[in-house]
Design a binder for this molecule. Structure first.
Ligand code: PMV
Length: 322
């Protein structure tokens, strides 16, 4: 019996993942880019224990729902098959950020779970393989395994749809200032959303242009070219939300304060503040800015109504054993 604990950071996508070409393997329609978020993390401990007759999951000190336990158990089953294990595990996970804060907890959760479960079995896999395993738990979790600025490749096979870092966290001092406008749990999560993405007439067009946006975004990060980054990041977020709103049934994640913040961010940028917005499957607005503009962005957000909280995150490192 051995325990390992891993820490992983959530990530914010600059080029979004929305829709799979293979639902079971979670092979995405398009390649994506993200930045890990340093100040927020999930710590997960895994103990493989021959005395257990089923997997056990605790989240923040309490026994998790059966639905959550089964999703984790499915993931452990993949790891058992890969490593040739026949025993169950005790998994204990905690987040240092509030659930429902507009930060995708599943990315950090499945990245930490994968890294801890493999280490607790005293096995070593390459980072590339760890990203592919994490991906099947939650697509975006593949991007929380490597460090800093990460690309995740769309591909036809399990082995080829992996994630890797293309710039370290200290390569560029970008900051994500998250304006929390709702702490409620979303009614439709991303898993169901990926399945309906193809019902939107706009998904084909979004996917057709995704590789070009990916290339522009990656080069903008390499060049530290904020103006180019801002344009492509906002466009990619708008396209994903256009697909969501036109899916059958439609998904509307924006709330009135969401739109007000998006509009304000565009005005602030026109005033010379280096800031742009991006949104995941929820109403909270991730304001991506340079470190020189953080104070200005926070002050200006403070003048808007409808913001319950703001969280600040700089580029984060990889999933690591602690
Ligand atoms: O990994 P999932 O299934 O939680 O999907 C994430 C989807 C978005 O957050 C909306 C976009 C992304 O690329 O992170």
């Amino acid at each position: 019996m051995k325990t390992a604990t891993a820490r992983a950071h959530p990530n914010i996508a600059f080029i979004k993942y929305w829709g799979n070409r293979n639902e079971v393997l979670r092979l995405p329609m398009n390649s994506t880019i993200s930045m890990n978020l340093a100040s927020v993390y999930t710590d997960t401990s895994v103990t493989w224990d021959e005395n257990l007759d089923q997997d056990i999951l605790e989240i923040n000190g309490t026994i998790a729902s059966e639905q959550a336990r089964l999703r984790v158990s499915d993931h452990l089953e993949r790891i058992r098959r890969r490593l040739g294990l026949a025993i169950h595990a005790h998994v204990s996970s905690s987040n240092n950020f509030p659930m429902g804060a507009g930060i995708a907890s599943s990315a950090a959760a499945f990245a930490a779970l994968t890294v801890a479960a493999v280490a607790a079995a005293e096995e070593e896999l390459t980072e590339r393989e760890l990203t592919t395993i994490a991906r099947i738990g939650s697509g975006s979790a593949s991007r929380s395994v490597p460090s800093g600025f990460v690309e995740w490749f769309a591909a036809e096979t399990h082995e080829d749809s992996y994630a890797e870092s293309f710039a370290s966290p200290d390569y560029w001092n970008l900051v994500d200032v998250i304006a929390v406008v709702s702490q409620a749990h979303k009614k439709t999560g991303s898993q169901a959303g990926h399945r309906t993405a193809s019902t939107s007439d706009l998904q084909e067009a979004r996917v057709a242009g995704a590789q070009a946006r990916f290339d522009v975004c990656r080069q903008a990060i390499i060049n530290q070219d904020f103006a180019t980054l801002a344009t492509v990041v906002e466009e990619d977020s708008n396209l994903m939300h256009a697909v969501m709103m036109t899916s059958r049934p439609p998904l509307f994640y924006w709330q009135p304060p969401t739109l007000a913040i998006m509009e304000a961010v565009r005005e602030w940028r026109a005033d010379g503040v280096e800031v742009c917005y991006t949104l995941d499957a929820g109403p909270n607005v991730h304001c991506i800015c340079t470190s020189d503009s953080v104070d200005e962005v926070r002050n200006r957000l403070g003048t808007l109504s409808g913001i319950l909280d703001t969280l600040v995150a700089t580029p984060g490192g990889p999933a690591t054993l602690i």
